[in-house]
Design a protein around this ligand. Structure first.
Ligand code: GLN
Length: 513
C-alpha cells in the first residue's frame, strides 16, 4: 500500500531502514504519539460517560437510570470497535491508510467538540458527538495499527517488538487520559473533562500533520485497487454516511425512539452473524488463492481466541470494578483510593512490561525458539485465566464473612498484573499477525476483523460482568470460576492447534506460524 515518494519525501526504504526511535523506524515514533493522543481522548472520555449520564440533572447530568446508561456505554464501546471493519475497508479501497487516519482524527475531534457543546445544546449534541467518535475511530484505529506493520516489511520478531512498543504508547495515553479527564470531569466540571479529551485528539492531529510526511513518507499513501473500484467505494461510503445522517435526524426529531437495553442484547448475535458472514464472503467471493485461504483460516482462529480473551479481560470496568468498589479495602495511609483509579492499573503494567516483552520476543527469536502466534495466544489466555482463578480466594473469603469483609487491594492488583501479562502475549501479537497474514489488499479490513473480536468481547463482558450483585454474593466466585475455566479451555484448544497450524503454514510465505 505504498505510493511513489513525492518530491523531497524520504523513500520507503529510507523510512524502513531508519533506526532512530529506540532502534526502530522514526515512523513508529509518529504512530506511537498519534495513537497515544487518540487513546488519551478515548479512554479519557469512556469512564466519564456512565458517571455523567447517570448523574442527576441537578448535578448537570442527564439523570438516566443505570441500565440504560450502561447499555449506551456498551453499545458505544462495541460500535467504536465494530466501525473498524468499514473503516479498514474504506482505507483499502479508497482513502489509503494515511488519509483515513487523518480524516478519522478530524471526525473524532469534531465529536469531542460536539460533546463539549452539549453544555449548551444538551442531549442532541452529546449523542451526535458519540456517533462522530464511532465513525472517526473506525477510520483511524485499524489503519494506524496497519501502518505499523508496513514499517517492518521483513516481518519477524522485530515487527512483534515494534507492536509492543506501539502498544506502550496506547497505554500511556490511556493511563494519563483516565487520570486527567477523570479528575477534571468529576471534580471541576463534566465539560472540562470532555474538553480535555478533545484537546488530546487535536494534539494528535497536529503531531500527525507535522511528522507524517518525513517519517512515514509514501507508506500508506496509496491503494492497490483500480480507480473504478475506488470510486465505487467512495459512492457506497457516501451513501452509508447519508443513511447514518438521516437516521440521526429521525432520532433527533423524535420520529424514531431507541431502547438501548434491548439493542445491547441483540448486538452480540448481530456481531457473531456479521463475523461469520464476513469470513464466508471472503472464502467464497473474496478471490483468494489457496495460500491466502490458509492465512484467512488462521486469522479466523486468532479472531475466536481474541474474542474469548476480551470477554474476560473487558470485565475490568464491570465485575472487577464492582469488586473494587464493594469488597476491596481501598484505604492506604489514611487515603481512600477512588474506585476508578483501579482501572489504570492495567495501563500501568502495560507500560512497565511492554519493553520487557518486546525484548523477550527478540531474544527468543535470536535463539531460534521464537514461539508462534497460537503459542503466544495460548500463553495469554492461560495468564488471563490464572488472573481470574486467583480471584476465587478473596471472593470466597468475602462470602464466608457474609459480605462484610474488605479484602486487600493486592488481590486485584495481582489479578490485573496477570491479565496484563496475558494481554501483552496476545494483543500486540494479534495486531502484528493481522498485518503479516492479511493478503495485501485486505490489510485494513483484517485489522477491522481484529477489532470486531474486541467489540464482541466487550459486549459479552458487559452482559456477564454486569450481573455482579451485592445481594447475590454466590454469583461472584461462580463468575470468576467460569471465566477462568473458559480461558483454560481456550488455552487447551490453542495448544492443540499449534502443530496443525504450523504444518498448514509450512508451504506459505509466512514463516513464523
Ligand atoms: N487497550 C488496547 C487499545 O485500546 C486494546 C483494546 C482492545 O483491543 N481490547 O488499543
Amino acid at each position: 500500500m505504498t505510493a511513489p515518494a513525492e518530491q523531497g519525501m524520504p523513500s520507503t526504504s529510507e523510512i524502513v531502514a531508519n533506526k532512530s526511535f529506540f532502534g526502530h523506524p522514526r515512523g513508529l515514533g509518529t504512530l506511537f504519539a498519534v495513537e497515544m493522543w487518540e487513546r488519551f481522548s478515548y479512554y479519557g472520555l469512556r469512564p466519564l460517560l456512565i458517571l455523567f449520564m447517570t448523574a442527576a440533572v441537578t448535578s448537570s447530568g442527564f439523570g438516566f437510570d443505570r441500565a440504560t446508561a450502561g447499555a449506551i456505554v456498551g453499545i458505544y464501546a462495541a460500535s467504536v470497535y465494530l466501525a473498524s471493519l468499514p473503516g479498514g475497508w474504506i482505507a483499502d479501497r479508497w482513502l489509503g491508510l494515511q488519509r483515513s487516519i487523518w480524516y478519522g482524527g478530524i471526525i473524532i475531534a469534531l465529536g469531542h467538540l460536539s460533546i463539549g457543546l452539549s453544555a449548551v445544546f444538551a442531549q442532541k449534541a452529546f449523542f451526535l458527538g458519540l456517533v462522530l467518535i464511532v465513525i472517526g475511530t473506525g477510520l483511524l484505529k485499524p489503519n494506524i495499527s496497519a501502518i505499523v506493520g508496513d514499517l517492518y516489511p521483513q516481518g519477524g520478531a522485530r515487527r512483534d517488538a515494534g507492536f509492543s512498543i506501539y502498544y506502550m504508547g496506547i497505554n500511556i495515553g490511556a493511563f494519563v487520559g483516565q487520570l486527567v479527564t477523570g479528575y477534571l470531569g468529576e471534580r471541576v466540571g463534566w465539560h472540562f473533562g470532555f474538553g480535555a479529551a478533545g484537546v488530546g485528539m487535536v494534539l494528535g492531529l497536529i503531531t500527525f500533520k507535522l511528522l507524517a510526511r518525513n517519517t512515514l513518507g509514501p507508506i500508506g499513501l496509496g491503494v492497490v485497487v483500480s480507480t473504478e473500484e475506488q470510486q465505487r467505494t467512495r459512492n457506497i461510503a457516501m451513501a452509508a454516511l447519508g443513511v447514518i445522517g438521516l437516521l440521526i435526524v429521525l432520532f433527533m426529531t423524535g420520529v424514531f425512539t431507541f431502547n438501548a437495553v434491548a439493542i445491547a442484547g441483540y448486538s452480540t448475535v448481530g456481531i457473531i452473524s456479521l463475523a461469520v458472514a464476513y469470513f464466508a464472503y471472503l472464502f467464497i467471493l473474496g478471490g483468494l488463492n489457496t495460500e491466502e485461504k490458509k492465512r484467512i483460516l488462521v486469522i479466523f482462529v486468532l479472531f475466536l481466541g481474541a474474542a474469548a480473551f476480551w470477554s474476560a479481560f473487558e470485565q475490568a470496568p464491570t465485575s472487577l470494578n464492582l469488586f473494587a468498589r464493594d469488597f476491596t479495602d481501598r484505604n492506604m495511609f489514611g487515603f481512600e483510593i477512588p474506585t476508578t483509579w483501579f482501572q489504570s492499573i492495567n495501563s500501568f503494567f502495560v507500560i512497565a512490561f511492554a519493553p520487557v516483552f518486546a525484548v523477550l520476543w527478540t531474544v527468543l527469536d535470536k535463539k531460534g525458539i521464537s514461539p508462534s502466534s497460537p503459542a503466544k495466544f495460548a500463553a495469554g489466555l492461560l495468564m488471563c485465566g490464572i488472573g481470574f482463578y486467583i480471584m476465587l480466594v478473596p471472593a470466597n473469603a468475602v462470602i464466608a464473612a457474609g459480605g462484610t469483609l474488605k479484602v486487600s487491594a493486592w488481590w486485584l492488583t495481582m489479578s490485573y498484573m496477570l491479565q496484563t501479562m496475558g494481554e501483552l502475549s496476545l494483543s500486540p501479537v494479534g495486531l502484528s499477525s493481522m498485518t503479516k497474514l492479511a493478503p495485501r489488499r485486505y490489510v485494513g479490513q483484517m485489522m477491522g476483523v481484529w477489532f470486531m473480536a474486541t467489540a464482541l468481547g466487550n459486549l459479552i463482558a458487559g452482559l456477564v460482568g454486569g450481573h455482579i450483585d451485592p445481594e447475590k454474593l454466590e454469583l461472584m466466585p461462580q463468575l470468576f470460576n467460569r471465566t477462568a475455566l473458559s480461558m483454560f479451555l481456550f488455552t487447551a484448544i490453542f495448544i492443540a492447534l499449534i502443530v496443525p497450524i504450523r504444518n498448514m503454514m509450512k508451504s506459505t510465505t509466512v514463516k513464523d506460524h
